[in-house]
Design a protein around this ligand. Structure first.
Ligand SMILES: [Zn+2]
Length: 246
């Protein structure tokens, strides 16, 4: 059997029904489907029930935090969802000082809330950390979170060692086709901490990201590391599976 490829961070709920049908039944693809808010979290959980290859994650994206009025009632609904057995991971959650610095103060307690629930339940966290790479690691250390993927990691290269030493992973995004920084991260990081991802259907510089781009990411990693593609698939699959085993 061929090792399945991994899309370790996708907003599956944003794809069309036709696209979801196509993605959902593939035996050669495993996905970690993240959410942005309560409504998308409910939809993602439904997709997780329907699609055997989908690991559903629920969470509140840092870009959404600013618009929430009654934060505590929203968070208590999330707590119930995360403790439920159909939720396999927590995300997309995190801190963002790059795109939404104006809500940073409001983001911090929300991220701490999700990180503590991840620590409590042992479920992995899919983290958005744009412009707040170190800040995120400090919170994770303080709350002793064990299973972490820093999604679309384009932070300082000197953090890679810190990430690896904690047993955390980085998301290697399909945007590497057009994003030099992502390619530099692949060159600098060990394969043992990489998980491939699309962040689809996000549109990055005219590129509509999606799982169809993952094979190219694998090809790039293999070329950069000088190993064959099957070996890359095997290690990334192992990295992904380790998030869901204790
Ligand atoms: Zn995302």
């Amino acid at each position: 059997m061929v090792t399945p490829i991994i899309d370790g961070h996708i907003h599956l709920h944003e794809f069309s029904d036709d696209e979801i049908r196509e993605i959902c039944w593939r035996k050669d693809l495993l996905l970690l489907a993240v959410s942005d808010d309560l409504a998308s979290s409910r939809k993602t959980l439904e997709l997780g029930q329907r699609c055997l290859n989908v690991f559903p994650a629920v969470g509140l994206h840092p870009w959404e935090v600013g618009d929430i009025e009654d934060v505590s009632s929203v968070l208590s609904e999330f707590a119930e969802m995360i403790r439920g057995s159909s939720t396999r991971a927590v995300g997309e959650v995190g801190l963002d000082k790059k795109f939404v610095p104006q809500t940073y103060e409001k983001q911090v307690p929300v991220f701490r809330f999700f990180a503590s629930l991840a620590a409590e339940t042992g479920k992995p966290l899919s983290i958005h950390a744009a412009g707040a790479w170190r800040e995120v690691l400090e919170v994770l250390d303080e709350l002793s979170v064990k299973k972490v993927v820093i999604h679309w990691f384009t932070g300082p290269l000197d953090l890679l060692e810190e990430i690896a030493s904690r047993g955390y992973y980085i998301g290697v995004n399909a945007a590497l086709k057009v994003q030099k920084k992502m390619r530099e991260v692949v060159k600098a990081a060990p394969l043992e901490i990489m998980i491939t991802e699309s962040d689809g259907p996000y549109n990055y510089r005219g590129l509509r990201l999606g799982p169809h781009m993952i094979p190219e990411v694998i090809e790039f990693i293999a070329g950069t590391k000088g190993i064959d593609e099957e070996e890359v698939r095997r290690v990334i699959h192992r990295n992904f599976v380790s998030l869901f085993t204790s």
